[in-house]
Design a protein around this ligand. Structure first.
Ligand code: NAD
Length: 441
């Protein structure tokens, strides 16, 4: 089989590389010449554990190619994936201009029956728009080439993307013809060998499944943050409550960790887009509106604790920040809670010294020179008035607290991810603040 993957970001590059890994001939296409030039040199546009070796292995085997030329890539192709961004428009709806531009180029260049698959997260009805765009382009060429559209939302998690793709919990595919279903079954067969299920459904249901999944996960996070805030007011320990409810199989242990709010390129925009889709169709998503509201407020919780601890005056204080990416094991800074926290600290007259194992180059695009980027996690602490743990990278979990205490000017930790034990922190002489547990100082 020969496939094309258009859009070489977090989703497209992982998708293309994983298909090449199982022996398929893949061309990854991007509009960004620099990205493609770098990929030819073995330089990846993103950080994703294990991806670099996998890319170089498949390039060496001549199964994985990179190009900016969609015309060449789409020729004689069996399946073309659209994996470009769908950022939120000004009104919160998913902006489809990149998806539809790709659909047009596909229509302008296809030479044979192809299944055109939206892998980007797109609202219900987008596949129909993709079909129209392709038909219009074919009409313009005076050609009538048979094709199908399909929806194959992606559920990979940044930081664990390769495993998620190679060993998926499930593969969801929306199709409208047997021919497309047969083609997609053949393409995904290598991933199903160990019992990973493929779920075929109609296209609108597949499109909706992605939004419903992300909205459910965002709901779990906001729900737990709401409970955490109440625990703190009432003197309950949210860690205990989490364990207590998570042991109920109907609730489960995953995604019920309190923190400083969800971020990243998916949850915020997908929750917004679903609220918007509903509103456009005369329905109000009341739960999701609350999920969003709680999340916005939660991003400020850690900052409020800092301000309260220092008696309302942060002018001239130096804050050490551990972690910038929206979650560990990725360099993705989109909608990262760190940005909100740092912006607030700077506005209060603090200086900030931050360290992140991989996201500092990406963070510089939005934070520039407004903060100092430390050499390592301990360098960030020197002479700081407090440490804020913002992203729970594994290397932050068990530092030498003796060294941390020595380097900090004041032994104060604000833990936005609850990775330390309040009792141990107290015994080590730290003023320790976390989420959802009332700590005595
Ligand atoms: P990204 O921004 O990392 O990558 C998008 C790529 O598309 C960029 O490299 C851009 O240059 C390229 N592009 C834009 N227009 C193009 C065009 N006309 N032709 C060729 N290339 C073009 O985005 P991403 O994070 O990979 O997300 C892609 C889609 O997948 C989004 O809809 C997102 O919601 C969805 N998704 C993302 C994740 C994730 O974890 N990042 C997970 C599941 C689904």
């Amino acid at each position: 089989m020969k496939i094309a993957v258009v859009g070489t970001g977090y989703v497209g590059l992982v998708t293309g590389t994983c298909f090449a890994e199982v022996g398929i001939d893949v061309t990854c296409i991007d509009i960004d010449q620099k990205k493609i030039d770098n990929l030819h040199k073995g330089i990846l546009p993103i950080y994703e554990p294990g991806l670099e070796e996998m890319v170089s292995r498949n390039v060496a085997a001549n199964r994985l190619h990179f190009s900016t030329n969609i015309g060449e890539a789409i020729k004689d192709c069996d399946v073309a994936f659209i994996a470009v961004g769908t950022p939120p428009g000004e009104d919160g709806s998913a902006d489809l201009k990149y998806v539809l531009a790709v659909a047009r180029s596909i229509g302008e260049n296809m030479t044979n029956y192809t299944v055109i698959v939206t892998k980007s997260t797109v609202p219900v009805g987008t596949a129909a728009k993709v079909r129209k765009e392709i038909e219009a382009a074919l009409d313009k060429r005076g050609e009538s080439i048979d094709f199908d559209v399909a929806s194959n939302p992606e559920f990979l998690k940044e930081g664990a993307a390769i495993d998620d793709f190679l060993k998926p919990d499930r593969i969801v595919i929306g199709v409208a013809s047997e021919r497309a279903e047969e083609m997609m079954s053949r393409l995904y067969k290598p991933f199903l060998l160990n019992g990973h299920p493929i779920i075929f459904m109609d296209i609108p249901s597949a499109e909706m499944t992605k939004y419903a999944a992300n909205s459910m996960l965002a709901t779990k996070i906001s729900f737990m943050n709401d409970i955490a805030n109440l625990c703190e007011i009432m003197g309950a320990d949210v860690n205990m409550v989490r364990k207590g409810i998570g042991s109920d199989a109907r609730i489960g242990t995953k995604f019920i960790y309190p923190g400083i709010g969800y971020g990243g390129s998916c949850f915020p925009k997908d929750v917004k887009a679903l609220i918007k889709t509903a509103a456009e169709n005369g329905y109000e998503m009341q739960v999701l509106q609350a999920v969003e509201g709680v999340n916005e407020a939660q991003k400020e919780v850690l900052f409020s604790k800092v301000k309260k601890h220092f008696g309302g005056n942060l002018k001239g204080k130096k804050m050490a920040v551990w972690g910038l990416s929206f979650k560990p094991k990725t360099d993705d800074m989109r909608e990262a809670p760190s940005l909100v926290i740092i912006e607030k600290l700077l506005a209060e007259g603090c200086t900030v010294s931050a360290y992140d194992p991989v996201a500092m180059p990406e963070a510089k695009h939005s934070l520039g020179d407004s903060i100092t980027y430390a050499k390592d996690q301990f360098d960030a602490l020197i002479d700081a008035d407090a440490l804020l743990v913002v992203t729970e990278w594994p290397e932050f979990r068990s530092p030498s607290f003796e060294v941390v205490g020595r380097l900090l000017k004041q032994k104060v930790i604000f833990d936005g991810r609850n990775i330390y034990d309040p009792i141990e922190m107290k015994e080590a002489g730290f003023a320790y603040h976390c989420i959802g547990i009332r700590t005595a100082h």
